[in-house]
Ligand binder design. Structure first.
Ligand SMILES: Cc1cc2nc3c(=O)[nH]c(=O)nc-3n(C[C@H](O)[C@H](O)[C@H](O)COP(=O)(O)OP(=O)(O)OC[C@H]3O[C@@H](n4cnc5c(N)ncnc54)[C@H](O)[C@@H]3O)c2cc1C
Length: 490
């Protein structure tokens, strides 16, 4: 692998007990701005004295549940991986995936300080970096060089480790698959304490179990991934409004047949024939001759400065906001070459927007089911009858399932709803999960906080295979999370 130095800060090589790797050029990547509590916390100096790490309540992005956690930010993942029960990235999993078991105040390592670029081969587009490097960091460093992460989530505030652990997908899933499909190798410390190079040819069982394994098969220290070469850093996109759910679902399918990036937004607050009206967005990288000759500078954002009262996001405010979005779009197709940041990450314009849900918080319910207008119409009806309301509701087309034993996407359509927490949420999730299971679908663990062990087993048929691998590399189940306690009972 030839290497290019992305920044000049030299870094001491820190290897231990792992053989067979190419010599690396160590380079320093600047951390991106730290816009929220999680990031602000991890930007502090690393804590080395473990005994001194105090327990404090921590949550996922949905602000539910809160669990006492001893969080230790670290630049030295090699050492920090020895005694942590879990690694945590930028805390963008909505539910309890990046939290320790309730009552145990387990030691969790926050990885964002470990964000160094270790090697980059511009001929092959292969990047090797520490697990704390964020998607925003990759955009900042590599888009000007003509490369981008091959899979982009709806926020740039996710780390490489979090992208592997959730095997994330984006607007391009129907053509590019999950993030794991582009990963070549991981450096991991497994629960048995061993350091391992993990790939499709070395510990292949562990590789498949780690993609989507939510951090429970081992701590990821380094990630080697093939970046996408782009013709320009700008995006050509179109957006079209549709008057009901059927035309949105069909419009999304049509767009996905021709376009590499597609997504739809729907309004779940309208009932009757216009229920599920919405917009379909389709895009591609702009060709060099249609793009501006300048670089798109990273967009500035503003932050919600404090936690708003619970209940502000409710059926009435959601109806108003959704109607405003619908009418603002207008009836004509919008098209043109634009900045990549608002295309990939419209929600990141308002940092810490999760504070808008107050202390009660919210849950994101994301499921995937076969593509069928009738199915999603019935789903929406049940959601509305169950008292559900959702501020942001997104549909995506998914391609075939990936190699990850617990990866979420499978062929069909995915629907994501942001639901404020209220006493009826558990019953609503039971109702929706029953329908998802009956149709061979599943919910996404990176968003989940309410699914039961029985529902989970019915949704993830490869779970038994995954357990065999986990037991092989972590026989004492040293690595655990609030999610693993809730879903697997350990
Ligand atoms: C606004 C928003 C939009 C989103 N859009 C999408 C989307 O389009 N597609 C999608 O797939 N997801 C999406 N997500 C979910 C998000 O991509 C995942 O939850 C991702 O895992 C978060 O990464 P993180 O670095 O914040 O990890 P965290 O939330 O901190 O952790 C998530 C899981 O990864 C594990 N983990 C983190 N780092 C490591 C490591 N180094 N080694 C081992 N395990 C580790 C944790 O233990 C935990 O189980 C979105 C989330 C938000 C808030």
């Amino acid at each position: 692998m030839s290497h290019v130095s992305v920044t000049s800060t030299a870094l001491p090589a820190r290897r231990e007990g792992v053989t067979g790797g190419a010599a690396r050029v160590a380079t320093g990547a600047p951390s991106e701005p730290t816009p929220d509590a999680d990031a602000a916390l991890v930007s502090r100096r690393p804590v080395d004295n473990v005994a001194a790490v105090p327990a404090r309540p921590l949550s996922g992005w949905g602000r539910h549940p809160w669990i006492d956690t001893r969080l230790r930010p670290s630049q030295d993942l090699l050492n920090a991986s020895r005694d942590a029960v879990l690694f945590r990235g930028l805390g963008r999993a909505y539910g309890d995936a990046a939290l320790p078991v309730q009552g145990e105040a387990g030691l969790v390592t926050a990885t964002p300080p470990a964000d160094r670029v270790l090697a980059f081969d511009p001929d092959a587009g292969v990047l090797r970096a520490e697990a704390g490097l964020s998607l925003g960091g990759i955009r900042q460093l590599f888009l000007p060089l003509g490369f981008m992460s091959p899979v982009r989530t709806g926020t740039r505030h996710v780390t490489l480790g979090g992208m592997v652990a959730a095997d994330v997908h984006g607007k391009e899933h129907h053509v590019a698959g999950c993030f794991g499909a582009h990963v070549r190798e991981l450096l991991m410390r497994t629960g048995d304490g061993e350091l391992r190079r993990v790939s499709r040819t070395s510990h292949a069982d562990l590789f498949a179990a780690t993609l989507g394994g939510m951090g429970l098969t081992g701590h990821v220290l380094e990630v080697e991934v093939e970046l996408e070469r782009v013709p320009s850093p700008w995006i050509y996109s179109e957006s079209e409004r549709f008057h009901d759910l059927a035309s949105v679902v069909d419009g999304l399918a049509e767009a996905s047949a021709d376009w590499p990036m597609t997504v739809a937004w729907i309004d779940t607050s309208v009932s009757g024939p216009r229920a599920g009206r919405g917009m379909v967005m389709r895009g591609r990288w702009a060709a060099a001759d249609e793009a501006p000759s300048t670089q798109p500078l990273p967009h500035r954002s503003i932050a919600v400065p404090f936690t708003l009262p619970s209940g502000l996001v409710n059926g009435a405010t959601i109806r108003l906001a959704n109607a405003a979005l619908w009418y603002k779009h207008g009836s004509s197709i919008k098209r043109g070459v634009g900045h990549p940041d608002p295309w990939f990450w419209p929600l990141d314009r308002l940092e810490q927007w999760n504070r808008g849900y107050g202390n009660r918080g919210f849950t994101q319910y994301q499921c995937v089911m076969p593509r069928s207008v009738e199915l999603f119409r019935e789903f929406l009806l049940r959601f509305q009858r169950g008292g559900g309301c959702s501020f942001v509701t997104v549909l995506k087309d998914c391609g075939p399932a990936s190699e990850g034993l617990l990866s979420f996407p499978q062929a069909g359509t995915s629907l994501a709803l942001d639901i404020p927490i209220s006493p009826n949420v558990p019953a609503l999730v039971r109702e929706l999960n029953a329908m998802v299971i009956a149709n061979g679908g599943r919910v996404y663990l990176a968003k989940d906080a309410f699914t039961t062990p029985e529902e989970f087993r019915a949704m993830y048929p490869r779970f038994d295979d995954w357990c065999v691998v986990r037991d092989r590399y972590d026989p004492q189940r040293r690595l655990r999370s609030a999610m693993s306690r809730r879903l697997f009972g350990d």
